[in-house]
Design a protein around this ligand. Structure first.
Ligand code: GLN
Length: 542
């Protein structure tokens, strides 16, 4: 179990979702890390899904994958990027997972005949899991993000868990509320009332916030700070301003304007060990200096939600592009390209020429695939830098098989199970999963080795022989077709040393045509951009 000294900072959300609770958690983690304190972050999702793998990205945003193969919420990606550390599966839980464990224990007679109840048994399981995360990460401070918004039925058991943990060790627990302060255009004034209600709702669960993070379009002024202080029972200096930012990596720096680290040190009773903020400061300066644009198109399909365009489905890809661009002194300009448009009108493919480079990211199912294949064919024929990620690699192989190797009807068995040339197909254990409909958490997930072929572009970019990269897929390049593809000029530059599965392909004569079966975007960090993204942007701006 966690040491008795482990501190837990619970972060709750008030008023509405989508106000950046995850980045707030990540930023607090960064701030603690800059002080030399070992911090980690845990995400609790109140859904009944056992993991995030079965959720549609349009509804829930990107499914992030950890080194140890957990399919989890995109916030884990933010934690990794801000903390610059791998976060493992012990740091993620959903209601589905928590209930599943409790019910399984009941079936195994582990409750010794007792009546098993939502409270206390579910919060107790949550606390057990938090202690495991603290123990395994050896963190001094565990920041816990409680998903959803206070007042929702779904997250009540987590408020209970937080309250119960505080009862066990009051001096080690801190409660933070991230709340939104709207400025209705008809009034032109920032309103604190919704935050007051959120605090009252928390109070009814027995929780009083120690710090309130005031999310709003602009910094909160002294009058509103005082109001929140009086009505929500926190000192004015414990109300931290969190205005909208154009660049999320500035948030830790913004929080420091209100001296959040002093508040944390004092309240948690921790001692800073060093001042490591220089690298982060330099990153921010670098971002500000990056003025000349690099224009990158992303051909996808998980954008639309009613009349709104969402970007969350591809968040790690976007962040990886940013990291690489900034490291080369460029300002990333990312444009969404709808794969289905290329199916309706192939003349629209010409627009691809206006980009420095184009990415075809991961995906599932039929919709948009022909458009992606057409886009890749166009990029290949017009020497436009192309980076394919997972499905992007599979679509690139289909294009090559059909249009260069002349294998008519080449396809992936995910889309056409009876394809005459199944150039992308399942490995045998996946075929069993699919036939049994055993689809939850059964893809090829997490970190696997990739051995790089000498003399290839991939080998040069990584500058090492074997790399570990994260995966999330059920289908693979069919090895029966590799020699045909290679004879026609496609280079397999990375393979898994154990299974010989294709991991990277490239075209040596192209300006940049490289695709990976894994997801390099999951390992890109602002302080250490991914070498493949860097190589791609480097060629794009040449
Ligand atoms: N749908 C493909 C597969 O399952 C690709 C998955 C992905 O892009 N992550 O293999």
């Amino acid at each position: 179990m966690a040491g008795d000294q482990t501190k837990f900072v619970f972060i709750f959300g008030g008023v509405m979702s989508g106000i950046g609770k995850g980045v707030t958690v990540a930023s607090i983690g960064r701030i603690l890390k800059n002080l030399g304190i070992r911090a980690t972050a845990v995400k609790i999702d109140p859904y009944l899904n056992v993991d995030a793998g079965t959720m549609n990205p349009i509804e829930h945003g990107e499914v992030f994958v950890t080194e140890d193969g957990m399919e989890c919420d995109q916030d884990i990606g933010n934690y990794e990027r801000f903390l610059d550390e791998n976060i493992l599966k012990d740091n993620y839980m959903t209601s589905g997972l928590v209930y599943l464990t409790v019910i399984q224990k009941e079936r195994n007679l582990e409750f010794g005949g007792k009546c098993v109840e939502t409270v206390p048994h579910i919060p107790e399981e949550v606390i057990r899991r938090l202690n495991v995360a603290a123990h395994k990460t050896k963190a001094e401070v565990v920041i816990v993000e409680v998903g959803g918004t206070v007042g929702e039925y779904q997250n009540l058991v987590y408020l209970e868990a937080a309250r119960m943990l505080k009862l066990q060790k009051p001096e080690n627990i801190l409660f933070v509320l991230v709340s939104y302060l709207p400025v209705p255009s008809s009034l032109g004034e920032m309103k604190t009332k919704p935050t007051q209600y959120a605090v009252r709702t928390l109070n009814t669960a027995g929780i009083q916030p120690d710090i309130i993070i005031a999310r709003a379009s602009s910094p909160i002024d002294a009058i509103r700070k005082k109001k929140i202080s009086i009505f929500c029972s926190v000192k004015p200096e414990d109300v931290i301003s969190a205005p909208d930012v154009s660049n999320i990596y500035e948030i830790p720096v913004n929080f420091e304007k209100d001296k959040i680290s002093l508040r944390l040190i004092e309240k948690l009773g921790i001692k800073p060990k060093s001042k490591n903020g220089r690298a982060w400061q330099k990153l921010i300066e670098n971002i500000k200096k990056s003025a000349k644009p690099v224009k990158i198109g992303i051909v996808g399909k998980y954008f639309a939600s009613g009349s709104y365009t969402l970007k969350d489905s591809y968040i790690s890809v976007i962040e990886a592009v940013k990291h690489a661009a900034w490291s080369l002194g460029r300002k990333p300009e990312i444009v969404w390209l709808n794969a289905e448009d290329y199916e309706k009108d192939s003349k629209s493919l010409k627009e691809l020429e206006s980009y420095h480079g184009v990415i075809v990211p991961g995906g599932f199912g039929t919709r948009g695939t022909e458009g992606k294949i057409k886009a890749i064919e166009y990029l290949r024929n017009h020497n436009i830098p192309f980076l394919g990620l997972c499905y992007g690699l599979q679509m690139a192989v289909i294009d090559y098989a059909r249009n260069v190797c002349k294998l008519k009807g080449a396809h992936s068995t995910e889309i056409d199970p009876a394809a005459p040339h199944p150039v992308i197909s399942t490995i045998p254990d996946q075929a069993v999963n699919i036939s049994k409909k055993d689809m939850g958490g059964t893809m090829r997930l997490g970190s696997y080795a990739c051995e790089l072929k000498n003399g290839t572009f991939a080998r040069k970019l990584y500058n090492t022989k074997v790399v570990l990269e994260r995966h999330r897929h059920r289908y693979e390049v069919n090895n029966d077709y590799v020699s045909a593809l290679e004879k026609n000029g496609l280079v397999v530059s990375g393979t898994n040393p154990k299974t010989n599965l294709v991991e990277i392909i490239e075209l040596p004569k192209h300006k940049f045509f490289l695709a990976t079966q894994f997801h390099p975007e999951f390992k890109s960090r602002p302080l250490s951009p991914h070498p493949l993204f860097k190589g791609f942007i480097e060629k794009a701006i040449q």
